[in-house]
Each structure stands twice: as C-alpha cells, then as structure tokens.
Design a protein around this ligand. Structure first.
Ligand SMILES: C[S@@+](CC[C@H](N)C(=O)[O-])C[C@H]1O[C@@H](n2cnc3c(N)ncnc32)[C@H](O)[C@@H]1O
Length: 283
C-alpha cells in the first residue's frame, strides 16, 4: 500500500484485536473511542507490513518477529516529558528526602534511585542536576538506574542531546550553562559529569519483575496513566517490591496508589505527595 493511499476502515473487531496486542506488549489499555489513535499511530506499520486490512495486522506483526513488535510498541508509546517536570518532587528529593538519608546513613550516603519510564532522559538528568552540589561535595554517591520500554527514547536518553524547545522546557540559564555543552543551532548535550551517574537499560514495567531491588527512591511518573486498574495495581506492587523498607515511591502529579496496594503510605514532604514503603503494613 502506497503511503498516500487512504487507510482501510478499522471495524470494532479489528480494533479489539489490535488493542489486545498493544495491551499484551505494553500494558496500555486502548478503549473504544481510541480508533483515531490506532489509525494515526499504526497506519505506517500497517503499510510496512503489507497488510491491506486491519484484521491482518496482529498476525502479520507476530509473524514478522521481534523487530515488528518493537515497531508496534514504539508507535503507541507516548514519550512526553520535560526537565524538572512538575517541580515539587525534585525539591522534595533535594530538600527533604535525601538530607534525611544523609543524616541517618553512612557517609558518603550510597543513594540508589530508579527512574522507571525515563523516556528521553530528562527525568534522570533532572535528578542528577538537583543533587549536583551534594555530589560535588561528596555527601552522597549516586547509583541511578533509568529504564524505559522504548528503544528510541533510550537511544536519545543515552545520547543526551536536546533540541532548543526541549531545553526551554524546565531549564533556567544557570542549569544550561552548568550542565550542558552547546552544540550549535541552539542544541546542547548533557555534560559527561552528569551522564556518568546514570545507567540506562531497557525494561518492560508490565511484563517483567523489577530489574533490581533495594532502591531508596523510585520515580515512576506519568507511566501508569495509560494503564487500566488491574495493570496499575500490578505496577505499583512491583514498584513497592523494588524499594527497600523505608524507601519512597514518587508518582506523577495527579497519580495515586490504590489503597489495596499494601505497604505504601502517603507522605507530603515539601507539599509533594510521595509513598513510603513500610514493610510492617504487609500482610
Ligand atoms: C509520558 S512518558 C513519562 C516520562 C517521565 N517519567 C515523565 O514523567 O516526564 C511515559 C514513559 O513510559 C514509558 N512506558 C510506557 N509503558 C511502559 C512499559 N510497559 N514499560 C516501561 N516503560 C513504559 C514510555 O515509553 C514513556 O517513555
């Protein structure tokens, strides 16, 4: 099918079949009403696989193997992010949560953080930048794992090169000058001294158990908003299991943990909502 050809009609049965495939590989729940989303995001994949009908797409993708599944996954993921997104969690980390650990723990405190669903890297790099002077003064050591399902997002995150409009979202002039090298045309690359603290890795939060455990802090922001209640409950249980007792889970603004997930208690450091993992709540 040529690119200019109009796409075939997506009927209810084909929509359900495509939605089921998307759900199995990403946890994302596409409910009726999202037909336009499917057609706009997966139209190219339909053409590339040579299918002339939507109902043939799931089988064609599975037949074509891992690369085609990756194409599907990539097409439906939303990578929207920005530096210091929503502000408060980063201030809470810097001003309350980390100082609390530094007071209690060995010096320098070996801080372990997981940025789960890190997209193109703005979240983990914001974490490093907000802890910058504690790192410079040797008050903490940092082990920051950053994971995502999207190969494209991880490639960009590892590269750490950002367009002017991305740098404009959340960074002031001081942070740009201190943590980025200019590349021309308004683009800039995160400096190696920030990049070196982050380990990037591909991980599916829905189909796999936590890649590591014992984290002091887990950020998983604006990932669960695309999931249904059952998948969300499983995600939050997995995130709790990745924390050490006393560790803290940070979700996106407006996201909450279901009360049915044991062991996570809401706290409000610096007016940011976070969840502390308290093993004594467990059945
Ligand atoms: C909207 S972005 C949020 C990025 C960042 N956490 C923030 O708040 O700015 C959601 C990210 O979750 C990732 N994601 C979605 N489903 C996922 C899954 N099942 N496993 C791992 N990552 C997933 C997407 O690839 C995307 O990068």
């Amino acid at each position: 099918m040529a690119e200019s050809c109009p796409l075939p009609k997506l009927n209810a049965a084909s929509f359900r079949a495509v939605a089921q495939l998307v759900f199995e590989h990403t946890g994302i729940r596409l409910t009726p009403g999202k037909e336009y989303f499917v057609m706009s995001r997966l139209g190219n994949l339909l053409r590339e696989t040579g299918c002339s009908r939507w109902e043939d797409l799931p089988a064609a993708i599975l037949r074509a193997g891992a690369r085609a599944v990756d194409g599907l996954v990539q097409a439906v993921l939303t990578l929207e992010t920005s530096f210091f997104r929503d502000g408060r969690p980063f201030r809470a980390l810097r001003e309350v949560l980390v100082p609390e650990l530094v007071r209690q723990g060995p010096a320098p405190y070996p801080l372990r953080i997981w940025s789960a669903g890190c997209s193109t890297g703005q979240e983990p790099y914001s974490i490093v930048m907000c802890l910058g002077d504690l790192l410079d003064r040797g008050r903490i050591r940092l082990d920051l794992l950053a994971t995502d399902l999207s190969p494209l997002a991880l490639h960009r995150a590892r590269e750490g090169v950002y367009e002017p409009w991305e740098l404009d979202r959340g960074l002031d002039g001081e942070a740009r000058a201190r943590y980025f090298d200019r590349l021309g045309h308004g683009r800039a690359r995160i400096r190696p001294e920030v990049r070196r603290w982050v380990r990037f890795r591909r991980h599916n939060l829905v189909t796999a158990p936590p890649p590591e455990r014992g984290f002091d802090v887990v950020f998983c922001r604006n990932v669960g908003i695309y999931f249904g209640p059952e998948t969300l409950g499983r995600l939050h249980r997995n995130l709790a299991a990745a924390l050490r007792p006393g560790g803290v889970l940070v979700l996106g603004a407006g996201e909450t943990v279901s009360p049915t997930v044991p062991g996570l208690r809401a706290e409000y450091p610096n007016r940011a909502l976070v969840y502390r993992y308290t093993a004594e709540d467990l059945p």
